[in-house]
Design a protein around this ligand. Structure first.
Ligand code: AMP
Length: 208
């Protein structure tokens, strides 16, 4: 698949990018475009009412990543979006962010950094409280996972209120690294996530 088909003229699979090379060779997937990919993802997303709490419409990416073609094409889309940011690392948020994060880091040829719920990572860690659409808690990152000179993509499946992503950006910046952009497959419109992220560079495939 050519980069131009996603509207990105400077980055191609396995080719030279404005940020860095993409070492992973994506297979030729045909004449797809991000709008069409978003439509395919919308068709596969599963909406579960009142989960995990009353009033929440839970958007399940399970069927999206469960489809070999969609998983491939979503990771390719993320790669083409994030490569121009020139990242050195992908930091993904437990737990659904991990599903995409390892694949994205591999495709970009960069390191992977897990951002986890409290008590899961061995010390040393730094932590930050956060709240999201349906709960609150504490997020942690390894105290030496990234540092000065590192350029980090923050990745999650869904952007809702933005609480999780903002907390993750804060943790990365406290370690001295730079957040070069935030990427999501899905933005839930009207919950304030985009506003919370302010003028940060952002990519999302589908807004619902
Ligand atoms: P927030 O911090 O409010 O932006 O919430 C984003 C995080 O919570 C992501 O890790 C999502 O996986 C999860 N999340 C929040 N709301 C939903 C939802 N309606 N459906 C699926 N995941 C959600």
């Amino acid at each position: 698949m050519e980069a131009e088909e996603y509207g990105l003229s400077q980055v191609g699979p396995g080719g030279q990018g404005s940020g860095r090379d993409i070492p992973y060779q994506f297979r030729q997937a045909g004449p797809d475009r991000s709008a069409e990919l978003a439509d395919r993802m919308r068709a596969q997303l599963r909406t579960v009412p009142n989960f995990p709490k009353d009033g929440v419409q839970f958007r399940d990416i399970g069927p999206v990543v469960g489809s070999a073609d969609l998983f491939h094409d979503c990771v390719e889309w993320l790669t083409l979006e994030c490569a121009p940011w020139g990242p050195t690392h992908v930091a993904a948020i437990e737990s659904r962010g991990f599903i995409l994060g390892g694949a994205l880091a591999l495709a970009l040829g960069v390191g992977f950094v897990p951002v986890r719920k409290a008590g899961k990572l061995p010390p040393p860690t730094i932590s930050r409280e956060y709240s999201l659409e349906y709960s609150a808690g504490t997020l942690e990152i390894g105290g030496d996972a990234v540092g000065q000179g590192h350029r980090v993509v923050v990745l999650d499946d869904v952007l809702a209120t933005g609480g999780t992503a903002v907390a993750t950006c804060d943790l990365i910046e406290r370690l001295g690294a730079k957040v070069v952009g935030c990427a999501f497959l899905l933005e839930l419109v009207g919950l304030g996530g985009v506003q919370q992220l302010g003028d940060r560079t952002m990519a999302r495939l589908l807004a619902l």
